[in-house]
Each structure stands twice: as C-alpha cells, then as structure tokens.
Write a protein that binds this ligand. Structure first.
Ligand code: GLY
Length: 369
C-alpha cells in the first residue's frame, strides 16, 4: 500500500493486478512480471488514458524464461508465486526520474539507510551510471557495473527488453560467514529488492532487436523481499507473509524449523507451493499432463514429495492451501470463494499421487527383490 500510494502521489494511475493466466499472450504460460499487462502499450500497439501507472502484480515463475522452481526453498528469497510492485512510464519519464523515485521511496519513505543500499547498472549504460554517481551521489564503492546476465532484462524469448539497474539491500552479515563478499555473492548478505528496467527494445522471434516507439520504464520490486527488509529479517520465510505457513507445516510434520537445513528446505517448499497452488487453482487451472496443468501438477507433486520426506503420512496439502487462501483473502477476496474448490482439486491430486507412488513402490520392491 505504501508503494502504490507513493506512486499515486506522483501522478501514477493505480492499476489492479492482471490475472496469473495471461489472456492475450501466447508467448507466456503464466504472468511473470508486472509489465506483462502493459506489453502492448510498450510496443505501441495499445494506448491507455494514462501515461504512468503503478500496480502490485500476481506473478508465477515456475516455467519459461523466468523459472525459479528449483531454487525455491534452497534460498531465502525465491518463490514460485510472488507479488511484484511496479511503477511504469509509457513514453513519459525515463531513467533520471525512475532512479529519483526509487531512491526517494527507499531512503525517505521506507527509511532505509543509504549506506545499506548497493546499486548495479548494465556495463554499457554510462547514462544510468552517471545519474547514480553524480546526481544521486552513490559512492563509487557501492555502485557496480554488471553484464547482460544480471543487468539486461527481457520478458521472454521475445518481447520488450532493455538494460536495467538494480537496488540491492546489504544486511551487513553473511549467513554463511563470508567476510569480504560483494553484491554478486549469493550467500544471503545482499538481496536484490528492486529492478528498474529501461525499456528500449523489442526482440522478435528471429532474435532481431528493434527500438520501441518510445523509451519507457518498467520496474519490479518483490513485495516479499521489501517486507523482509522492513521487518528486519534476512529471509522472506521469516516474514508474516510466510511464517504461519511454515508453522502449520511444522505442526503437520512434527518438525521444528531452523534445526536441520535439509528439512527447512522442505518446510519452505511446502509454504511456497501451497500458496502458489491456491492462486493457480483459483484461476481455473487444474492438474494435467500438459501446459499450465502440467506445471501445476509438478508444483503439487513436488510439495507432496517434500511432505513425505518430512514424514507426513496423512493427506495434508489441502489444509495448507486453505490456510494460504485465508492469509491472502484481504487483498484477493476471490480466494475466499474458491477456497473449498481449491481444497477439493488439491485433495484429488494428492490421492492420485499417493496411489501412483504406492504402485511405483510396489513395482520397485518387486524389482529389488
Ligand atoms: N520487469 C522487471 C522485473 O521483472 O524485474
């Protein structure tokens, strides 16, 4: 709310989240970023009655170009489902204003110490580099140039893209005890909180990159990450967005969180996947063998497998998805209506998976014997 209200005071139109299942875009299985609903505006094929916008977008990154499925649980900050806060300019302001807004919101509204923020820019983007260095005054030892992998953002294999600049939060302490690591280390000391994309190009299916009709802005801040920073914890799973799901997973499995890293990974996977499943099922996807249904099936079965690893031998996943729906219902009232339906879909998949697994185990036992 703070993010959206801030950009409203700067004249941005507050726009509701688009659906998780894109309506008119065959290049995506699921919405993977806040800019998806504005793709045609960036491309100059659609026009809105506003030139700047802000939104909190439901995103799901478990397939396609942005796929964090295998990372979830192993890190403290990746999710399959998350909410992306963004501000957008459609041929209105560009780099300087986008950077000024980001810095103002972080330091004057969220009141993050400027010493705790590290900035990266694309190595060829001298303009962004000098805005940060000379206009904002970021010291040289907290401003880094990075390559394409880190600082060039594309929506997918095709579509809008451009160089980007990221704000990272420095927690000051490495969970792995590193003493001299820098922003590109993934030990957990640094967390990327906001990506400012300077949308300038479109990549077509032949790989050809052409300039957009007008330079534009697309930013993405992970709500779960800024929540961790503002709640003073180093892991998204320790925020109030996830803690009740972790606690319920502990209750179901009889396992304490924070005592064994392997089990913690499984507990985090249950928390993440149950929340994501509630949202995906709510949009009418059912487990299946292809496309979106297959991605959902993979997600549910991964959660079920980790539940087994934790020693849960009762059906459990539907109670977790129901809890996730309850937790998110204030912002997404539609989850209340679909809560029971979602529980039934998850229960059916759990039954099916258990019988597949029992049959498989029987076959394996026979072969081993
Ligand atoms: N579109 C910006 C991001 O996803 O990081």
């Amino acid at each position: 709310e703070t993010f959206l209200a801030y950009f409203e005071t700067k004249g941005h139109q507050r726009v509701a989240s688009g659906p998780l299942v894109p309506q008119n875009d065959s290049t995506l299985l699921f919405t993977n970023a806040g800019m998806n609903q504005f793709k045609d505006v960036f491309l100059g094929r659609d026009q809105r009655n506003y030139k700047t916008a802000t939104s909190s977008q439901k995103c799901f990154r478990a397939s396609g170009k942005h796929n964090d499925l295998e990372t979830v649980g192993r890190t403290s900050r990746h999710h399959t489902f998350f909410e992306m806060l963004g501000n957008f300019s459609f041929a209105d302001y560009f780099k300087k204003e986008a950077i000024e807004y980001a810095w103002d919101l972080c330091t004057n509204v969220y009141k993050l110490s400027s010493d705790s923020l590290i900035v990266t820019v694309f190595r060829e983007d001298e303009e962004a580099f000098s805005i940060w260095k000379d206009h904002i005054g970021i010291p040289r030892d907290r401003l880094f140039k990075m390559g394409e992998e880190e600082n060039y953002w594309s929506m997918g294999e095709t579509g809008p893209c451009g160089p980007c600049s990221e704000l990272h939060y420095d927690f000051g302490v490495s969970p792995l005890g590193h003493l001299d690591c820098t922003v590109d280390c993934d030990c957990g000391r640094f967390m990327e909180i906001w990506n400012l994309v300077f949308m300038q190009y479109n990549r077509d299916s032949s790989g050809t990159v052409t300039p957009l009709p007008s330079p534009s802005i697309d930013t993405g801040m992970g709500l779960e990450r800024i929540t961790a920073v503002l709640q003073g914890v180093q892991s998204n799973y320790d925020t109030d967005l996830f803690r009740p799901l972790i606690e319920e997973s502990c209750r179901l499995s009889g396992i304490a969180y924070g005592e064994n890293e392997k089990k913690d990974v499984s507990l985090r996977i249950l928390a993440d996947h149950s929340r994501a499943s509630a949202f995906v099922v709510n949009e009418g996807v059912i487990p299946g063998n292809e496309g979106k249904g297959y991605v959902l099936r993979k997600l549910l079965r991964r959660a079920l497998r980790h539940g087994r690893t934790l020693g849960i031998d009762q059906p459990f996943l539907s109670s977790l998805t129901s809890l996730a729906s309850e937790m998110m219902q204030d912002s997404y009232p539609e989850l209340t209506d679909s809560r029971d339906y979602c529980a039934r879909v998850v229960e059916a998949e759990e039954e099916k998976f258990n019988s597949t697994l029992s049959h498989g185990m029987q076959l394996l036992d026979e072969i081993v014997a």
